[in-house]
Design a protein. Structure first.
Length: 158
């Protein structure tokens, strides 16, 4: 692979793909570990994360090919569409994760004084921290994918 063909947009898309993968790993560890969110999976989060990573990989891969004419335009269009699809999917993952976890986070962190000792156990606090870390990773991945959608994948040759 020739990295000299890649522009800043390709590298930002690569960072977005890696951050999405990291968010997915943190999410998977979070729902399998002991704590409040154990076995509390979010519907389609894994599927949409994998699809977003695949869309980013396809967008990056379109930067490897140099075609002229209609083929080049179609390749650029496919790469651009994949970048936009990745933004939508990562945003959807972040929104669904927040929607599914906000009540539990509020319960863990903002319970009244009567039950706070029962709720704020080390396992529950670790589970809440893992959820927040996953949200942050998805948020940064979303921002990186938005930035990459405004940049070109292939360097423009003079």
């Amino acid at each position: 692979m020739n990295q000299k063909k890649f522009s800043v947009g390709a590298w930002v898309a690569c960072v977005a793909a890696v951050l999405t993968l990291a968010a997915l790993i943190v999410y998977s560890v979070n729902i399998s570990a002991a704590g409040y969110f154990k076995n509390a999976s979010v519907a389609n989060l894994v599927l949409f994360s994998i699809l977003a990573i695949c869309a980013l990989v396809v967008a990056i891969a379109t930067g490897l090919f140099k075609l002229n004419g209609v083929g080049g335009k179609v390749l650029d269009l496919v790469g651009g569409c994949c970048q936009i699809v990745a933004v939508v999917l990562i945003t959807f993952c972040l929104i669904n994760l927040i929607a599914a976890r906000v009540e539990g986070l509020g319960f863990i962190y903002f319970s009244n004084a009567d039950v706070i000792l029962e709720v704020q156990t080390p396992e529950n606090l670790a589970s809440a921290t893992g959820t927040i870390a996953s949200m942050v990773c998805y948020g940064v991945a979303m921002l990186a994918s938005i930035v990459s959608a405004f940049l070109t994948i292939r360097k423009q040759e003079a």
